[in-house]
Each structure stands twice: as C-alpha cells, then as structure tokens.
Design a protein around this ligand. Structure first.
Ligand code: CDP
Ligand code: CDP
Length: 216
C-alpha cells in the first residue's frame, strides 16, 4: 500500500516526454519531475569543475556535496537556478557518459524515489518504469521516428537567436545519445513489460495526452 499516485513516462530524446508529462501533471495537479534535468545538472557541474568521468574520487566527492531540487518549474543546483544552462549542446553531448556511472545513478535514484514517496508525481526519464518506480500506477513509453524527434528538437532550438546547429548535427547527437542510453549496462533505456507504448510520430501533443488519460 502506498499513499501517493505515480505516473512514469519514459522514452528516447525528443519523443515528447517532458511536454506531455508537464501537461498531464498540470491537469491532474501532480508534481512534475524531470529526471533528465537532474542528470544534466550533474553533468553541468562536472563540466564547469573540469572533472573527468574517469576521476572516480573527485566524482564521488562532488556527488556527496551536491544538492538538487525543483522549485516553481526551475531546477536548482546547489541553490542556483540552472534550468537553461543545462540545455547547452556541451551538456547534451556529455550527459549519456555521466548517466552511465553507477554512483551517479544511485545518488539520483534515491532523491527521485524520496520525492515520489511524498508527492503524487508524473516523472519522466529513461528508467522510471523499470527502476525508479517499478510499481507505478501507470507506465507510458513514448517513441517517435528519429527523423521526427530530430525535427522537433530543431524547431524548438531554432527560436533561440544564438542557435547555430544544423538538423543533421541534431539528428547525429540524438542517435548517439539513444545508442548510449539503450546499450549501457545499468538501467538502459527499454520499455517496462507493463508499459503502454505510444508512437507519437504522427500525433499532436493533445492526442498523446488524451491517449494517456484513457489509460488512467
Ligand atoms: O529531454 P531529452 O530527451 O533531451 O533528455 P533528458 O530527458 O534531458 O535526459 C538527458 C540524459 O539523461 C539522457 O540522454 C540519459 O543519458 C540520462 N537520463 C537517464 O539516464 N535516466 C533518466 N531517468 C533520465 C535521463
Ligand atoms: O522530453 P523529450 O525529449 O522526450 O521531448 P520534449 O522536449 O517534450 O518534446 C520535443 C518537442 O516536440 C517539443 O517542442 C514539443 O512541443 C514537440 N512535440 C511533442 O512533444 N509531441 C508531439 N506529439 C508533437 C510535437
């Protein structure tokens, strides 16, 4: 028996997880937790401190002295808002290497499970249905073709005037990250056995949200 309600949303980059999870959480008045943002925040901290993923002791020390929390739609790293900084191409291209490390996953797993034990949540990521919330009330695995996912990310990033990457570069970066996330040893990206699979390639955001609500 558990007092909180948990909805897990997993899938590859650009499948629409955060957009859909945020909307669903708002409609249900649940807390939305973006676990990818937590992996990005750790990656950002390692990069600004010039710590290599192979420097085990430095990495463990850094994890012990790191505080991550969510506040009013922002993510705070050691008390500072890093919501936008963690979306840089540099963080994006390094995050899969950082998220493959055991100590990193163990640290974030604990925080994620703690939040979900105290709040009704819609949580999105890669291993929510398989590892973080194995007893979630509803598990959703979102997919879309890699072309569609790259195009979505491109359209989204294009609105930033300082943005200068090609669609091709974005597609390559997504394919590389998918590969690393699907093939790592610890909690790889894979649908949970009891997840509902939704291919969103040709679906609008509202159609996806409605489809999920049909399963609630
Ligand atoms: O939003 P986007 O699809 O670009 O990715 P994200 O959700 O921000 O996640 C960034 C990275 O964090 C992923 O590519 C994974 O390497 C890692 N991640 C993970 O390992 N486990 C999770 N539960 C969430 C993210
Ligand atoms: O979190 P994840 O990386 O899975 O994807 P996202 O950041 O939520 O979505 C990437 C972009 O695709 C956003 O700009 C959405 O507006 C758009 N989109 C979508 O999420 N779902 C659709 N069915 C169509 C478009």
């Amino acid at each position: 028996y558990r007092k909180t309600i948990q909805i897990a949303i997993d899938g590859p980059a650009g499948a629409g997880k955060s957009t859909i999870a945020k909307k669903l959480a708002k409609e249900l008045n649940f807390l939305y937790i973006d676990t990818g943002a937590m992996y990005r925040a750790i990656t950002y901290k390692l990069l600004i401190n010039h710590i290599e993923v192979t420097a085990h002791k430095e990495l463990v020390d850094l994890l012990t002295s790191t505080n991550i929390r969510f506040e009013k739609g922002d993510i705070l790293l050691d008390g500072n808002v890093v919501t936008h900084k963690i979306r840089s191409p540099e963080v994006t291209d390094n995050v899969s290497k950082v998220s493959a490390i055991k100590e990193v996953r163990m640290t974030l797993l604990k925080i994620q499970q703690e939040i979900a034990s105290k709040n009704n949540v819609v949580m999105d990521g890669r291993d929510i249905g398989t590892r973080v919330l194995p007893k979630a009330d509803l598990k959703v695995f979102l997919t879309a073709s890699v072309e569609e996912r790259a195009n979505r990310r491109y359209q989204e990033l294009k609105t930033d005037p300082s943005f200068n990457l090609s669609l091709r570069t974005i597609k390559n970066s997504i394919e590389q990250r998918d590969y690393e996330d699907e093939n790592r040893e610890l909690d790889p990206l894979v649908p949970a056995n009891d997840a509902i699979l939704i291919d969103t390639t040709k679906m609008s955001i509202n159609e996806v949200v409605e489809k999920i609500k049909e399963n609630l």
